[in-house]
Design a protein around this ligand. Sequence first.
Ligand SMILES: NC(=O)C1=CN([C@@H]2O[C@H](COP(=O)(O)OP(=O)(O)OC[C@H]3O[C@@H](n4cnc5c(N)ncnc54)[C@H](O)[C@@H]3O)[C@@H](O)[C@H]2O)[C@@H](O)CC1
Ligand SMILES: [K+]
Length: 530
Amino acid sequence: MTELLTAAQMRAIEQAAIASGTVTGLALMERAGAGVVKAILAEWPELAEGRQASTGALPRTPGYFRTENAGRRALVLCGPGNNGGDGFVVARLLRARGWEVRVHLYGDAAKLPPNARANHDRWRGMGDVSRWAAASILGQAETMAPDVIVDAVFGTGLTRPLPPEVAAVMTALPAGRRVAVDAPSGLCMDSGRVLGAAAVCATLTVTFHAPKLGHVLAEGPFRCGVLRLVDIGLGPQDRADRNAHAIVRLEEGTGQLFKDPHAHKFDHGHALILSGGPGRGGAARLSARAALRVGAGLVTLGCPPDAMAENAARLDAIMLRQVGGEGLAQVLADRRINALCLGPGFGLGALQARHVAEALDSGRALVLDADALTLLARDAGLFAMLHADCVLTPHAGEFTRLFPDITARLAKPALGGPAFSKVDAARAAAARAGCVVLFKGPDTVIAAPSGACRINAAVYDRAVPWLATAGSGDVLAGMITGLLARDFGAFEAACTGAWLHVEAARSFGPGLIAEDLPEELPKVFRGLRL
Ligand SMILES: NC(=O)C1=CN([C@@H]2O[C@H](COP(=O)(O)OP(=O)(O)OC[C@H]3O[C@@H](n4cnc5c(N)ncnc54)[C@H](O)[C@@H]3O)[C@@H](O)[C@H]2O)[C@@H](O)CC1
Ligand SMILES: [K+]
């Protein structure tokens, strides 16, 4: 499972590898720069065309290779840290391929960290380094018409907004192939948020060893363009000494979806989905259908007496029970009902609040979505009843209602790194609620009170914009409820449900409506060879 690293974790891994003597910082930088060049040529194979120049001491006459090569040109923008060091490696390796390369440095060469300085000096044996001047860089970007512009200004070490003279360049780069080394400069790699107001919009971002949180959260995917990962030989980590809950993973895979071929339907649990009144049952029916398709043995829809006829006409495999003013006690007397879902199309009245209280009081595994989240936000007493087997599934608006102070921290302009992130927000919410919180979005974050955290990233190749459709959240709530009925723990149910939800959408493709999602699950399961 892919681990997502913070900038500090990446630094620690690098330092541990160097301290162990298995690799030098200079070797890592060389591999990083070489990886960037390889990724550029893989992304745009047409750039590989042209005559190869020999390596070694090359004349420093600008434009020397202009007539020698296929006319490939790169503008490399380097910064004051090791990201800039990677940039000097890229410049050298492109030049060695016969490219014309122009390099600009933001900062003072004498103050570069040692490895970056060493690569600066090696590059100086091949070409010039111009001092940073916004007008001349932008002018050169126009007149030179580079095939590639390399952003090696700031990487994981960015701690504050881009200086104005850097922002002036990075936000005005011409369209074309803009390659970010490790990170688009201006982006906080712990949060995916832009520090201040300016960051590069790259077409290709090449990162090293493992993706960072900022590559998948918030604005990260939109700023990175295509994301490529380069192995720089740091190897698998020994994480024994690290707090497992500090690690954020990308959600991927099947969890415990397999079913025992000898099992009975009652072995797969019984989910109860509560519905709203007449004419409002569609949302709960979607949830119920998803719970059944994801493999709950039995699913019952509970609805008010006046909605019985409507639901009876619409349901077959899903059972129907009347749940009215008499409360939930009678239904829950059936101990086989082991997972509940309240919220989709539910209603916001006193009776619904009472049903939420009864459901919480029953101690059953529980998904609270939509209207149930609004009821929780209105009533501190209800909120206080949340327990470890609950899953809250708020979208951004519901999250704000439930945790206004946490949203306020997230909404505050990010001026310093590491900026408060959606991961921080979901973790804080889960700790306060004492249950699992699934904070929706293209970067869905699932957090448990323990600090355990995963991101279900529907970005890059996994983007599913057509999932933003009415009723899709009701289906997600139902999938999670069905998995709870199948005895998944709350955290695993939320993670696996979120993953399947995106997989179903990807499998169906454009044109998807919420009804299609549960019906697509069998195909997803077949693909998983369940
Ligand atoms: N960690 C690793 O294992 C590796 C890191 N490498 C590269 O090293 C980079 C990290 O290097 P650094 O930690 O030196 O960080 P950066 O090169 O990203 O930037 C750090 C420098 O910029 C300054 N700075 C930060 N924000 C600033 C701002 N807004 N305005 C002006 N100055 C600012 C800092 O004081 C520091 O001097 C990575 O992104 C990657 O490109 C690679 O060489 C490969 C290996
Ligand atoms: K960069």
